[in-house]
Structure formats: C-alpha cells, structure tokens
Design a protein around this ligand. Structure first.
Ligand SMILES: *Cc1c(COP(=O)(O)O)cnc(C)c1O
Length: 427
C-alpha cells in the first residue's frame, strides 16, 4: 500500500513534535516503518490520510470496545458540548458515572475521576503511601502503570520496545523506593515483603499483564497477593486501566474473584475521551483532600464531555450478552490465528483473555517479562508489516495486546485470518 500522505505528514510532524508523535509507541519505530496518520474511523475500521482502510485491533490502545464512533457515544458527546465543555464545578454526570463504577466494582465504595490512567495510578500510590506512612512500593517487571517517576522502572510496553527500562530524568533516589518482582512469582514477592517488613506501602499490578503482550495471572497468584497484602497491612492496588470493562464489566477482579483495596481505571470508562479514575474502600478514599490531607486535584477532572462519553459507553456494555459477543468474536479470531500460525516456520504462542490477545514469536507459555523477551521481535516486525499491507492494523509492538471490539464482523475476522495465513507463511 502507498502511504505518501502519511510519510509527508510524519516528516512535517518531526519538525514540530518530538519524534513526530505525542506518545512514543505510535511512531512505529520498533517495526521499521513510518506511522499511519489517521483521518477518521468507524466501527471496526480506521482510515488513513491516503484514504486506505484498515481493520483495527488497536482500538486506541483499548478504549474502543464498542468500535469507533458508536452513534450513541457520538450523540452523548455532541449533546454535552452544546451545554459547555468544562465548568470547573461539580456536575450531575460525575455522580452518574461514579455510581456506575461503584456498581460494577463492589470493592469501590468511592471513586475519584482524573484525566488519564497515569494520573490514576500516581494518585492511588500517593494515597497508599499517605495512608500507610510507608514509602516503598512493589511492582512487577513488565507491568506498565503510566509514566509517573516511581513507576517507570522495568515498565514493559513502550519502555520495553525501546529498550529503556528506566528513563533518564528519574532521580535514583525516587527509583530506590520501587521494588520490582517477577510477574506470577508469588514466592519472590513473599521474600521481598519479608526483607522489607513494614516498609512497603502498596503492591501494584496489572491483573492480566497487557503491557508485555497478554499474560494471564497463574492460578493462585492474585489470591496469594491478596492474602499477603491483608496479612502485612499492604495496600493492594489493582490497575485495571486496560482490563476494566474489557475482560468483563467488573474487569479482571470479577473474572478472577480477587479484590484490590484500590482500583485504577481508564481507557474504556472514557469511551475514547481522556479519563482515568481510582477508587476503593471509604476508609482509604476519605483520606484524600478535601476530606483528608492527601492532596490530589485536576482542572479538567470529571469533565462533562468525558463523563458523557463514559456513561454512554458503560450503558451499552451493560446490555445483556455484550461480553459473550466479545468472547465469541475473540475466540473465533484466536482459533483462526492459531490455525494460520501452525504453518509458520518459527515457533509462535498465542495468549488471550476475553477481548485482549497477543501472538508471541517464541515457544510458550509466556508467564512473565523474561519469557516475553524471548519473542523474536524481528519476526514480529515482518508479521506486522505484512498484516498492515493486507489492511490489518495490529499494535505496532510485540509487547502490546490486540483488542477486539463488538463492531468487528465475521467478514472482518475472516479477512484478518486470511491475511495472517499469508503473513505467517512468509516468516
Ligand atoms: C494505558 C495504561 C496506563 C496509563 O494510562 P494513560 O491514560 O496512558 O496515562 C496505566 N496502566 C495500565 C495497565 C495501562 O494499560
């Protein structure tokens, strides 16, 4: 396919925007081609500046579970815009979305809205530190929780793609409070907790690790962390920014029946607009200002456009059979991709939970970041480029999940599988 316009725009963008993009993975750097500039999207498809259409499995990195431009979401945003884009004062819509979130996550008794997932995790950690009076936090190698200083340590995704596990600009004195453990290794966590007795404020994790592809928790892992945190007075922060409203209405916590003390949300709750949220038990949440002394704020927090898009989205997700549809479509695609991958000359491993999935180019299973790192990223790049040429937009990094939307048709899925057959055969 020809990408003349996108090439041209990218060259121009690089003159005024660092790297030509406003978020690093968008630059397609690791897959050896220029990014597409997108003009519009509808349903399962996005259209680039050269008027070519692609079946989209990026879904804006997760939010677009309804597909792009769902008419009811568009209408909600339009209606809200007519009444004013932002007031810096409370609105009824904030109550409405908060109630929906509390209903979906029974361990969220109170929730605060922010404008991104990064803000949600950053604020949840401050809250955990403030409530426990402890400084250290424990995260997992390959889990990404946004780009706050203390969290940009062994952070998967963009960081892994670019081989920069820890960014310059983060004082060693900050990073030293961040302990990192191996995902799915409960024994290691236990010994780290024992070695830092009464010093760890929180354990934060992705309940399904989607920023190193798609790594499900092994049986007992989440349960073991829950037990450990309760016993040690550690706040368990479950970062459901990606998995929340994605793998079930109540997220991974509903799916695995393990509950965090604090929960971070983002992506889908904004319906494509900038939103994040964090919530949990009253005793913790009430320590936030203005009720308590732990500071957190935002000029655009609870923005009426974003609340409206979120409310409209969640209403549609609540409809009977929604997640069954996502599961059915995802299982169909998985079966087709597996079949196609079986013809590849190099080993592959497909992992999927609900509407999120990843194909690794190595022997499976992939249980942690060091397993994921064994994937042949050169092979992934070739696969990615062949798929793109066939009109399929996959995430431009080995370490990102693919996302299904309800708007993907059987014809879309068959076309994807057909393209994959070609792409795997060429490896
Ligand atoms: C995307 C993501 C974030 C960061 O959200 P932003 O809105 O990009 O700041 C945090 N945690 C997880 C698990 C994510 O997938």
């Amino acid at each position: 396919m020809k990408h003349d316009c996108s090439h041209d725009y990218f060259a121009k963008a690089k003159e005024v925007i660092p790297g030509g993009v406003n978020s690093p993975v968008r630059a397609f750097k690791s897959v050896g081609c220029d990014p597409l500039f997108i003009e519009r999207a509808e349903g399962s498809r996005i259209y680039d500046a050269d008027h070519q259409s692609y079946i989209d499995y990026v879904g804006s990195w997760g939010p677009m579970i309804l597909g792009h431009c769902h008419p009811e979401v568009v209408r909600a945003i339009q209606d809200a815009a007519v009444n004013g884009a932002s007031f810096g004062a409370p609105t009824y819509k904030e109550i409405e979305l908060a109630e929906m979130v509390c209903e979906a996550y029974p361990n969220i008794e109170k929730v605060r809205m922010v404008s991104s997932g990064t803000e949600a995790t950053m604020s949840a950690i401050r809250l955990a530190r403030g409530c426990t009076g402890r400084d250290k936090i424990l995260k997992f190698d390959g889990c990404y929780h946004g780009h706050a200083d203390s969290l940009l340590v062994k952070a998967g995704s963009g960081a892994a793609t670019f081989g920069v596990p820890t960014s310059p600009g983060i004082p060693a004195d900050f990073a030293k409070y961040t302990l990192t453990a191996t995902y799915n290794d409960l024994d290691e966590v236990k010994s780290m907790v024992a070695a830092n007795k009464n010093e760890i404020a929180c354990i934060i994790l992705e309940p399904i690790a989607g920023n190193m592809g798609c790594v499900p928790p092994q049986p007992g892992f989440l349960e073991g962390l829950r037990e450990l945190c309760t016993a040690e007075g550690i706040v368990l922060i479950i970062d459901e920014v990606m998995t929340g409203f994605r793998v079930a209405f109540g997220g991974a916590q509903e799916r695995f029946n393990v509950r965090g003390d604090l929960v971070c949300l983002g992506k889908i709750i904004g319906g494509g607009l900038p939103v994040g949220a964090f919530g949990g038990k009253k005793e913790l949440m009430d320590q936030l200002s203005p009720e308590g002394g732990i500071y957190q704020a935002g000029t655009l927090s609870g923005n009426p456009l974003a609340m409206s898009a979120g409310i409209a989205t969640l209403k549609l997700l609540k409809q009977e059979g929604f997640y069954e549809q996502i599961e059915e479509k995802s299982a169909y695609l998985e079966a087709g991709l597996r079949q196609a991958a079986s013809k590849s000359a190099i080993p592959t491993c497909l992992q999927r939970v609900g509407g999120m999935f990843c194909t690794y180019f190595c022997e499976g299973p992939v249980n942690n970041f060091s397993d994921a790192s064994k994937s042949d990223t050169e092979a992934f790049s070739r696969y990615f480029r062949t798929m793109l040429d066939s009109g399929i937009n996959m995430a431009p990094s080995q370490f990102e999940a693919g996302f299904m939307s309800v708007a993907h048709t059987k014809q879309d899925l068959d076309q994807t599988i057909e393209a994959a057959e070609k792409a795997f055969a060429l490896l």
